[in-house]
Design a protein around this ligand. Sequence first.
Ligand SMILES: Cc1ncc(COP(=O)(O)O)c(C=O)c1O
Length: 382
Amino acid sequence: MSSIDSKLPSVGTTIFSVMTQLAEQHGAINLSQGFPEFDPPAGLLERARHYIRERCHQYQPMAGALPLREAIAGKLAASYGVHADPEGAVTVTSGATEALFCAIQAVVRPGDEVIVFDPAYDSYEPSVALAGGRTVHLPLAPPAFAIDWDRLRDALGDRTRLVIVNSPHNPTGAILSRADLDRLAELLRPYGCYVLADEVYEHIVFDGEAHATVLAQPELAERSFAVFSFGKTYHATGWKLGYCVAPKALTAELRKVHQYVTFASAGPLQLALADFLAAHPEHHLELPAFYQKKRDRFAELLAGTRFAVTPARGTYFQLADYGAIADEDDVAFARRLTIEHGVAAIPISVFYDEPPPTKLLRFCFAKEPATLEAAAERLGAL
Ligand SMILES: Cc1ncc(COP(=O)(O)O)c(C=O)c1O
């Protein structure tokens, strides 16, 4: 057969896999891909072993194991005072990635416009393209990476079907406040569009700030899919479990897609999480302090280098400016840093449709202190 007429001609291998592979090839310290260097809590692992021993190996319900959906509803009530019906509003998915994909496929039709804010997580645009939609990119300007509300007002229109927001924000560490969500609700009021809120880093917020979820903003809650990830909160990214919370009618549409994408996610792991969430609500309450310590340590270590840092407000990523060190673009610099200096990071231009002339790399600090120290020593040599 001759060449394939690709449905995703501009999609290559994701930068996360590219940089991780390069790090492995060159024995570099890998601060590129976002995964913790430590294990999930021992109690959670014990529950997973229990359910594997207990022969829970067959399909769970399509919407997710009911005890897990009930535990999620309990967590939402305790964390945000939000009431979510475990039967009709909560769907367990194979990672947040699947929830994002299903939500997009559920509502976006050919010709629809989907607004994203750049730098944007890289799974959004290909999912929109597969649904036949068109992605409209609005820039978040450094150093605060805040939404430009005037530009959003100008971009909204009758063709807008979906607005995707991400807070805490990967890769910049910016967060949306409740006032930002109120502003968003006000701007969307004349339109019938939906919101997809990627809140996978909900529990990694620093300096005493609180995460503002769309689920607690009444107008947004009515039109939103809110997406969460157990991988981020329980140090288990490889388990690929997440969930989507949305009003009943939107959930019904999302499930129509979900049932033919994966149908159901890993059974023993769902049951293990259900037990652990019920028994250990303190786990996620400890995350802000746990990660803030790492953020502060990494910033302190970078202060001894020529990288410039504005501390992240959330997520386990830190942007660092290498403008004082090199002139080359961020992709070239990230490659050189990995190959010649033994530290892998993510160039942030890959998260943009039209990258601005910034010199920023994203480092993941979800690592043990010794790893961060070893990385900083290498970065200090530049
Ligand atoms: C902003 C954002 N959304 C979604 C995901 C995907 O989450 P999951 O691993 O649960 O699919 C990630 C993972 O890095 C992320 O950073």
